[in-house]
Design a protein around this ligand. Structure first.
Ligand SMILES: [Fe+2]
Ligand SMILES: [Fe+2]
Length: 153
């Protein structure tokens, strides 16, 4: 089994503990949607698509587990470190890269490391493109415009 598949198995089991059916469905749609977008962006930018995809699978897990978005990026980075430590799928540098991306993913107005930016952009793509009829948030508009330009959309 690939390590991405193994991580997804773990994340699926965690999400399946959520009681609300609709919230569970949107959590799965979001994590897998961001994961696919992260794979594409990382590949385009010459970064590791597998690491990007793994970061995406974990990025909002703290919020889904606790039901709160309060500081979920920073808390989510700690949770991801604990999970990756338990699953032993990644080397230290890879774990650091994944946790950094999760830690920074809510700082959409700032520019951080290239892998941090992959996760932010993938998150924004899913927020903005999962339903094109939905209003784009002010804090995501500029980033979304830049992504569209990069991808010729
Ligand atoms: Fe988030
Ligand atoms: Fe997200």
């Amino acid at each position: 089994m690939s390590r991405l598949k193994e991580l997804r198995k773990y994340v699926d089991a965690e999400i399946n503990k959520m009681e609300d059916h609709d919230k569970r469905t949107s959590a799965i749609a979001h994590l897998y949607g961001v994961s696919l977008a992260a794979t594409m962006i990382a590949k385009k930018r010459g970064l590791d698509p597998e690491i990007a995809s793994m970061a995406a699978m974990l990025h909002d897990l703290h919020a889904y587990k606790t039901g709160s978005y309060e500081d979920h990026a920073h808390k989510g980075a700690d949770l991801a470190r604990a999970i990756l430590g338990e699953l032993k799928l990644t080397g230290d540098a890879e774990t650091d890269m994944i946790c950094s991306a999760i830690y920074h993913h809510d700082d959409k107005m700032a520019v951080d490391s290239p892998m941090d930016e992959v996760l932010k952009d993938a998150d924004v793509i899913h927020h903005c493109m999962n339903d094109l009829s939905k209003q784009i948030k002010d804090k995501e508009q500029a980033r979304f415009d830049k992504i569209c330009e990069e991808f010729g959309m």
